[in-house]
Design a protein around this ligand. Structure first.
Ligand code: URA
Length: 242
């Protein structure tokens, strides 16, 4: 049970002050009766709430899969740049955030939700959730690089070493600009770019294709998103991490 003004504010009808005003103005009905008290307790499952005749359904958790485009920051708000949360124009809740960060120029799979417990499980360094990336890399990627990534590379400095766990590097095309797929089970800052730097190569384009049980939907163009299906929500919330 939650207060009527909180119910409406949570669903983005307006600020707490704005919805209180709408309630005073008699624009809000609960079970077809006009109500004038903002502190009326609402049963989110059973009560029918409407504003100006439009039914407002309460949503506790939201889950979206976004194909992040380049040029957008993985944050909830930013003074200069558009954020990934800004792209979710159909959102109901105001407390959505991206699960993890992709660099501004990285594209691909990003889960946007307000499920903090899930985010914690997917991001915890202890859980080692696999992330799969596709990249175009300047220079010929070699079997030696595959072996280096398998063993783990130092992405820190000689003085202050920072070793990665084993990663699986698959060479899709080795050329002046190579194409690769890399599976890693960590999420260190700029990890993929720094792993290639460690073998003297530069990532030119990076896209995340998967995170745990979630795969990027090929129908989503960069900038597009959709709600997770029931099955995807079930898979990801019950994800059995290593
Ligand atoms: N590794 C990177 O270098 N950048 C990303 O955005 C994600 C992983």
């Amino acid at each position: 049970m939650i207060r009527l003004d909180k119910y409406l504010a949570d669903m983005g009808v307006g600020t707490r002050q704005e919805v209180k005003k709408q309630i005073r103005q008699g624009r809000v009905c609960v079970n077809d009766n006009v109500v004038k008290s903002a502190d009326l307790k609402i049963n989110e499952e059973l009560d029918l709430v409407s504003v100006d005749g439009n039914v407002i359904t309460y949503t506790t958790m939201e889950y979206y899969i976004l194909n992040k485009p380049g040029g957008v920051v993985s944050a909830t708000e930013d003074a200069h740049d558009q954020t990934v949360v800004d792209l979710i124009t159909d959102k109901k809740r105001k407390d959505l955030f991206p699960v993890g960060r992709l660099d501004k120029d990285t594209e691909g799979l990003l889960l946007i939700t307000n499920d903090g417990a899930l985010a914690h499980r997917l991001l915890s360094p202890k859980k080692h959730v696999d992330k799969i990336y596709y990249a175009r890399v300047r220079g010929k990627v070699t079997e030696e690089d595959v072996e280096s990534f398998r063993k783990g590379v130092n992405i820190g400095t000689a003085e202050c070493e920072e070793w990665t766990r084993s990663g699986t590097l698959q060479i899709l095309n080795s050329a002046d600009v190579s194409e690769i797929r890399l599976t890693i089970s960590e999420g260190k800052y700029h990890q993929v770019k720094r792993m290639f730097q460690a073998v003297q190569k530069e990532v030119l384009y990076l896209k995340r294709e998967a995170m745990g049980p979630l795969y990027l939907d090929p129908d989503l163009q960069p900038g597009e998103y959709r709600s997770l299906t029931k099955e995807e929500i079930e898979n990801v919330t019950k994800w059995n991490v290593k």
